[in-house]
Design a protein around this ligand. Structure first.
Ligand code: ARG
Length: 460
């Protein structure tokens, strides 16, 4: 068995169960590239302040780079007995370059090291997530422009409410996800702060230059307080919280896609390549992808609760509890990135059945509010207009007709204020076109909103 870097104080070998129980290398090896990046910067800084000699730095940096290559090539032997990614790499360094490798950990602790690694890693993932979100948002703007005139029923209580355009609905999704993008960007500002230099908790007695290390690693600044630096996991909680909201949005979108692709709605159909079949029912084409998106939201919500609970009773500073931050965080990133891939891939291939959407908008008296507004424009107070139209709808329900199917005389029986021009407001086109203001569903407004959305995407 390899000698533990902390073995000096111990009179007996670690219990085999404890070794397995305390080890994190099974999952934190995922941080290897960023661990090496952090170590190289730390070594360079130690060279700059003359704690290490120039030749020592050169040798350490080359050794770490070689280990990085081995890991990438799958040639690296990870050892559970060496607990975590940090001690595996440090031990390999000493094996590779000899005694000088033992100097790397000068003025550093695994406590500031791991916090640095996770932040560097998450920063890269945040940048990738931003790119993926940009792609999804672009897909939505493209679709919204294409569907700016497509009529559909808008719902409240999942009951037909008023006609809207499909483009308007797609831009509502855009707004939800644009806020998520802002939240991730805001989270990144607090991720990009450097714990290195905090050492175990109190700082170090070596003359370190934290500004230099921060600059090498692209951090905005070093953390202000060493105790906080090693124990803070707010950034992880913030990230998972933003992720939970993003997934909640995906879940709500998915719910609509599942509903809309049912035979009963028939508003859309997803591409065959994005659906799966049934092992018993030959006719089935199931929307598994949006269903899974909806389902995966649950696990991210769970990770958020796990991290909040992990932190809630921790005294300052570092506690081993923190090792438990990684799996929820990693799984959140994996889930979010796959979900973004799914949404970006699924939406462009969706077929829109404009006929079905239009027919659905005609059912359910979607233009009743338009008739009430018409009466208001002809002088009736809104509450009275509401009552008049309500009576007309009741009659429509009884006789199985939409308001537009009544004759002018029939309508005038409900109110003499109604004239022949009423039919213009009872059509779906008239209804949506009338909502012609900033944020409204009129096709012209949807096109203008799509143009603004596109501009926002790139001036972010
Ligand atoms: N594997 C540990 C973690 O993930 C690294 C820090 C360990 N520090 C310690 N003092 N045991 O948190």
């Amino acid at each position: 068995a390899p000698r533990k870097p902390w073995g000096g104080r111990f009179a007996e070998p670690t219990d085999a169960f404890v070794e397995r129980f305390t080890a994190s290398v099974g999952f934190d090896q995922r941080l290897a590239r960023h661990d090496i990046m952090g170590s190289i910067a730390h070594a360079r800084m130690l060279g700059r302040v003359a704690v290490l000699g120039e030749a020592e730095v050169t040798s350490i940096v080359a050794g770490l780079q070689g280990i990085g290559t081995d890991i990438q090539a799958g040639r690296f032997q990870w050892q559970v007995a060496l607990e975590d990614v940090h001690m595996n790499i440090e031990t390999a360094l000493v094996e590779r370059i000899g005694e000088v490798g033992k100097k790397l950990h000068t003025g550093r602790s695994r406590n500031d090291q791991v916090a640095t690694d996770v932040r560097l890693w998450l920063r890269d993932e945040l940048d990738a997530i931003d790119g993926q979100l940009h792609e999804v948002l672009t897909v939505l703007v493209d679709l919204a422009e294409r569907e700016a005139d497509t009529l559909m029923p808008g719902f409240t209580h999942l009951q037909t409410a008023q006609p809207i355009t499909f483009g308007h609905h797609l831009l509502a999704w855009f707004e939800m996800l644009a806020r998520d993008r802002e939240r991730f960007a805001d989270c990144r500002r607090r991720v990009n702060v450097m714990p290195l230099g905090a050492a175990a908790l109190a700082g170090t007695s070596f003359p370190i230059d934290r500004l230099y290390t921060a600059q090498l690693l692209g951090f905005d600044r070093p953390a202000e307080n060493s105790l906080d630096a090693v124990s803070d996991r707010d950034f992880a909680i913030e990230f998972v919280s933003a992720a939970a909201l993003l997934m909640t949005h995906f879940s709500r979108m998915s719910e609509e896609l599942v509903l809309w692709s049912s035979a009963q709605f028939g508003f859309i159909s997803l591409a065959d390549a994005w659906c799966t079949g049934s092992s018993i029912m030959p006719q089935k084409k199931n929307p598994d992808v949006p269903e899974l998106l909806r389902g995966k939201t649950g696990r991210v919500n769970g990770h958020l609760v796990a991290l909040l609970t992990l932190m809630k009773a921790q005294p300052l500073a570092y506690n081993k509890d923190n090792q438990e931050d990684k799996e929820p965080l990693f799984d959140t990133v994996d889930t979010v990135r796959d979900s973004l891939t799914a949404v970006a891939g699924m939406l462009p291939g969706m077929t829109v059945n404009a006929e079905r959407m239009r027919a659905a908008a005609r059912a359910g008296f979607a233009t009743a509010t338009d008739l009430a507004d018409y009466l208001v424009r002809h002088g009736l107070p809104f509450r009275d207009a509401h009552e008049v139209v309500g009576r007309a709808v009741r009659e429509g329900v009884v006789s199985g007709r939409d308001l537009a199917e009544f004759t002018l005389d029939e309508l005038r029986a409900f109110s003499p204020l109604i004239e022949a021009d009423v039919f213009a407001v009872l059509t779906l086109e008239g209804s949506v076109a009338a909502r012609d203001h900033l944020g409204g569903t009129a096709p012209a407004q949807v096109r203008a909103a799509a143009a603004r959305a596109r501009a926002r995407l790139d001036n972010f």
